[in-house]
Design a binder for this molecule. Structure first.
Ligand SMILES: *[C@@H]1O[C@H](CO)[C@@H](O)[C@H](O)[C@H]1NC(C)=O
Ligand SMILES: *[C@@H]1O[C@H](CO)[C@@H](O)[C@H](O)[C@H]1NC(C)=O
Ligand SMILES: *[C@@H]1O[C@H](CO)[C@@H](O)[C@H](O)[C@H]1NC(C)=O
Length: 377
């Protein structure tokens, strides 16, 4: 823990030293799902709700030393962004007795972009065959925006004061969409059927971005989705018998990756158009696809284990090629993590390790994985 605190101080020092000439933000407000949630899911359902695995060890083992409601072994991309900007790690928006003047994180694990009244199967590992059902995914982006609106009076007193306050903030939207597509795919829909929803899902994310601009945001980072065909959970649950369904260079599922690509292409194009309508606003498209596909194609280049590190879960009791098993999922009793999470890309079947999130965050902050980079001129 001492080591972690020391690293934190060093990285804060370095970030303020190296970037003192950059635009500084006084707060961060973020929206999203389990790639971004820093504790809301656990607060929303209560820490003892049956089937909730994300607040059990070994979640949090690497950085915090205990589970925090983050779906990883440590920090998420949003945490690395906060540290690089010299801000505290974002408190979950549902936490009590907390000041949100330096930001709030509205993300909830399992959240969808589209409003959803259904909550079918898993996106992150859950009990099956007699185990307790996990809490439902009943939160959508519109709920998160509603929580943001409800918080405003505690942050700023008038529309004008809010514009000034939010004008100095960094907004981060997403990743969102993974769960929308995942609900459909795990529920038995084809990739083509899921792909038909891309325009609606992208339009919903872009509408949220525009709403935040109208609320005063002048700097917004909007994330695309990761290659869904490279997630060990999908490689197991949506496996194909046909070798031609897998990409030769990565071993990921081609059709799912094409879905991710279609989503990202439409999102980035729509954001460019949105930026054209709001020339005073800095809109960053943050790429989650390029880094994760690069890790899968050449894990050793990024410090990951060349044999196991790319598509095999660090945490899971599945054995097999991907170490993913719904009946022995990360967080269940007796299910262990690998000895060294930092040489794995994948943590629990859907989510990445802190090491992978760190590389993604660096690429968003300084390039090459964001356009324009968060810390760029
Ligand atoms: C709330 O915060 C105040 C000030 O930091 C502290 O004195 C108080 O004990 C806190 N209450 C709870 C319930 O955590
Ligand atoms: C989701 O379920 C929780 C727990 O039952 C509930 O508190 C919450 O209001 C529901 N919906 C949203 C949007 O939070
Ligand atoms: C999955 O986990 C269950 C429960 O521990 C176990 O019985 C089963 O053999 C595992 N499957 C694989 C493929 O490892």
């Amino acid at each position: 823990m001492k080591h972690a605190i020391l690293c934190l101080q060093i990285s804060l020092f370095l970030s303020s030293f190296s970037y003192s000439m950059q635009a500084q933000y006084s707060s961060i407000f973020s929206f999203g799902d389990s790639y971004t949630d820093t504790g809301n899911k656990v607060i929303l359902f209560g820490p003892t709700t049956p089937g909730l695995l994300i607040n059990k060890p070994p979640y949090g083992m690497t950085f915090f030393g205990h589970p925090t409601g983050r779906l990883s072994d440590g920090r998420l991309v949003i945490d690395f962004i906060a540290q690089a900007l010299g801000l505290p790690l974002l408190p979950p928006s549902l936490s009590k007795n907390q000041s949100f003047k330096q930001g709030a994180n509205f993300a909830v694990a399992g959240a969808t972009a589209l409003k959803t009244s259904t909550s079918p199967a898993a996106f992150y590992p859950q009990a099956a065959g007699g185990g307790a059902k996990p809490p439902p995914n009943n939160v959508s982006l519109s709920d998160e925006l509603g929580w943001f609106d409800a918080m405003k009076p505690s942050l700023c007193g008038s529309p004008q004061a809010c514009k000034e306050f939010f004008g100095k903030a960094l907004f981060v939207v997403g990743e969102l969409g993974w769960n929308d597509y995942g609900v459909m795919l795990v529920g038995g829909k084809s990739v083509a059927e899921a792909q038909a929803y891309v325009p609606r899902i992208v339009a919903t994310i872009v509408a949220a971005t525009e709403k935040l601009i109208n609320d005063g945001a002048t700097a917004i980072v909007v994330s695309g989705i990761s290659p869904m065909g490279c997630a060990p959970g999908n490689l197991v649950m949506l496996a194909s018998q046909n070798g031609a369904d897998y990409e030769p260079d990565t071993g990921c599922l081609k059709g799912l990756n094409d879905l991710s690509k279609a989503h990202n292409a439409q999102l980035s194009q729509a954001l460019t158009a949105l930026g054209g309508r709001y020339p005073g606003t800095r809109i960053t498209y943050a790429d989650l696809y390029a880094p994760v596909i690069a890790f899968a194609a050449a894990p050793a280049r990024f410090g990951f284990d060349g044999a196991d590190g790319a598509l095999r879960d660090c945490c899971g009791g599945g054995g097999g090629k991907y170490n993913f098993n719904l009946s022995a999922a990360c967080g269940m009793p007796g299910v262990a993590a690998c000895a060294n999470p930092s040489v794995y890309v994948n943590w629990d079947g859907v989510h990445l390790t802190e090491a992978a999130y760190h590389l993604v965050a660096d690429g968003w902050l300084r390039g090459p994985y964001a356009r324009p980079p968060i810390l760029g001129a």
